[in-house]
Every structure is written in C-alpha cells, then in structure tokens.
Design a protein around this ligand. Structure first.
Ligand SMILES: *Cc1c(COP(=O)(O)O)cnc(C)c1O
Length: 342
C-alpha cells in the first residue's frame, strides 16, 4: 500500500475528502450491520429531523502511525460511550459500542493510505456523527437515523510549537444549567459561533465560558476543557455538570497521577482564583494541550506566570507523556491503544 501524495507536514486543520466512509442506517427500531462506502454525499428529505430540529450529535478522535509503523486509535471505547450519552439526551437511538469500534477500525483500514507517516506531526482525524433523517414536522424525535464516520488527514495543530494564546471571559453562555453542555451536540457549536466570531474580531483566540447559573466559576472554552497547574505544581481541573467530559482531559488526569505522580484536584474553580495559578491550558483531541498566556476579564488582563512564549513546564511534561503514549514511544495503560489491522 502506498501513502497518498500529500505534503503531510504542511497540512492544516481542514477537510480533505478521503476515499471511504462508514455508514449504518437505523430503521424499524434497529441498526443495520453497517458498510464502507465511497459516496461522500448524503441524500435525505428536506424535512429531515436534523435539518428542522437539529437532532444530531458527533464525536472526534484520531488515528496515528506509531514509531513501529502500526496504525492505532486512542481510546475509541470512550468516544463510543460518549456518543451513547449524547444520543440518549437527544432521544436518538443507542449505537452499540462494538459497532462503533468496528466502524472505526473498518474506516481507518480502508483509508490507511491517508494516515500520515510517523514523525510528520499530522494525524488522520475521524468524525463519527449521527442524525435524524426521516421527515419530522411536529416536534418529536425522528424514527430513522444515519450514523457515519468520515476521515480527514489533519496537520500538526501548532506548526513550530504551541504558542500561548490570549482568551477572553465571554458574556455569552455556551450551555444552560441542566441543558446540553455535557453532550457533544452540534447545537452547542451553533450557539457558540456568534461568540467566537465576536472574540476573534476583538483579537482573542477563544472564549472562556463561566458557569451559566452564577457566572462565577470557570467552565471551558467553546471546544476544549481547561487545565490549571497551581503554584505547588498540582493539576487542577474545573468540575461542573455542564462541561463536556473531554477524553483528553480524563487521560491527562490519569497520566498526571500515575505517570508523573502529580496531585490532581477536580473541583469547582472560581474566576477569582485565576491569578493564583502558575500555568493554564486548553485540552482536546485536536491539539492535545494549547497553552493559555493571558485571560481578559472585561478589560482586566490576567497574565498567566508561564508567559506568552511557550507552554509551562508541567503542562509540557503532561503533553509529552500523553503524545508519547499515543505515538507508541511510552508504554500505554491497558486498553488505551487500539491497533488497526491493515
Ligand atoms: C469535543 C469537546 C472537547 C474535547 O473533548 P476530547 O474528547 O478531549 O476531544 C471539549 N469541549 C467541548 C465542548 C467539546 O465539544
């Protein structure tokens, strides 16, 4: 098998159509067995549930080529479980974990030529998603659904190393109390678009959202959880029912405790505590960790002591350890790395 002729090191984070995608249809109360297909176009009714009432949810994970030349994915069982939680909250059917993982394995194997070579920093991004496809005009859940996984090669999130970003405390909320903040629903992103466009116009890379009920505690950004390192070198992660349970964050918490011997606190973090921390970062599948250099709170700039030049030392250690595990340089905990049979 020959790799595609792509300038891997200069890829951005955009959509490139690959040769194959996985699809499974839900009809008459059950999922079909699923198949790999070539058609990237979806045909459905103009009145489909997803188009009228936004009944959709999604996942994001990556396939990598390791040091030894294997192709692997990282903890796809957690993506499968999270998709089930999202589907349940949106009255969508539950896709079995085994079928999700089977789809991941098949679609990566089919697109193996698009998995970037080890060492380029690029990866194959997988986007599993599910949506209501039959006509729905009275407000109710759809009866038919489509589950798909497409893949797209993506570049290293930060070319030439991760530069700390400036973010702002947003006046918008991303989630309502007891709403959908803890599931991966497209509607959460639709709501965040005006806020992110506004923040970009003002010169900020991201929005820091506060808890929607009291606006005193730190939640997360539009698409990434938040990490803090306190002055004693402990990892502190905000806890809330309206934060999306990031798999990267949960993995970093494990790495901090079991690989680096750090103390970890998962607790509510007040906005007023921001100036007490030594390092701050955002975490998610796309970039693993992006360092934050400053937070603007309505004109008051809070500078994070690790500065605007590079990632702080403890976050860097966390980053190096987790990416080392993903790329096969460091031994992984049982079950974290799932090998694809090419
Ligand atoms: C997907 C997502 C994350 C990151 O989750 P990972 O599983 O680490 O990729 C964080 N916040 C939001 C709102 C998300 O949608």
């Amino acid at each position: 098998m020959a790799k595609k002729d792509i300038d891997w090191s200069n890829l951005g984070f955009g959509y490139i159509k690959t040769d194959y995608r996985y699809v499974s249809y839900f009809k008459d109360g059950k999922w079909d067995e699923g198949a790999i297909i070539t058609d990237d176009k979806i045909q459905m009714s103009e009145c489909a549930g997803v188009l009228q009432y936004s009944q959709n949810c999604f996942e994001g994970l990556k396939a990598y080529e390791t040091k030894d030349g294997d192709i692997v994915t990282f903890r796809p069982d957690l993506n499968a479980e999270r998709l089930q939680q999202s589907a349940a909250r949106l009255e969508m059917p539950i896709l079995p974990v085994e079928q999700f993982i089977d789809g991941v394995k098949k679609v990566v194997a089919a697109n193996a030529d698009f998995v970037p070579p080890y060492g380029t920093g690029a990866t194959l991004y997988l986007r599993p998603f599910m949506f209501g496809s039959n006509p729905v005009i009275g407000v109710k859940p759809a009866e038919e659904y489509e589950f798909r996984i497409f893949t797209t090669p993506v570049g290293p999130y930060f070319k030439g190393g991760a530069k700390p970003i400036k973010i702002k405390v947003s006046d918008f909320d991303r989630a309502a109390p007891r709403g959908t903040g803890s599931i991966k629903a497209g509607l959460n992103y639709a709501m965040s678009l005006h806020a992110i466009v506004t923040a970009h116009k003002e010169g900020f890379a991201e929005n820091l959202y506060l808890d929607p009920a009291t606006r005193t505690y730190i939640e997360e950004t539009g698409g990434a959880n938040i990490l803090f390192i306190d002055k004693e070198g402990n990892l502190v992660v905000p806890k809330s029912d309206s934060i999306l349970p990031s798999i990267t964050r949960r993995s970093l918490v494990y790495v901090a405790k079991n690989y680096l011997g750090l103390k970890v606190e998962e607790r509510k973090v007040a906005l007023s505590e921001l100036s007490d921390f030594a390092e701050m970062g955002l975490c998610g599948t796309a970039a693993v960790i992006s360092p934050v250099g400053s937070v603007n709170d309505h004109g008051k700039e809070i500078l994070i002591p690790s500065g605007m030049e590079k990632m702080g030392p403890v976050l860097q250690k966390l980053y190096d350890t987790l990416t080392g595990i993903q790329m096969g340089r460091i031994e992984a905990p049982e079950g974290w790395i799932v090998k694809i049979n090419k």
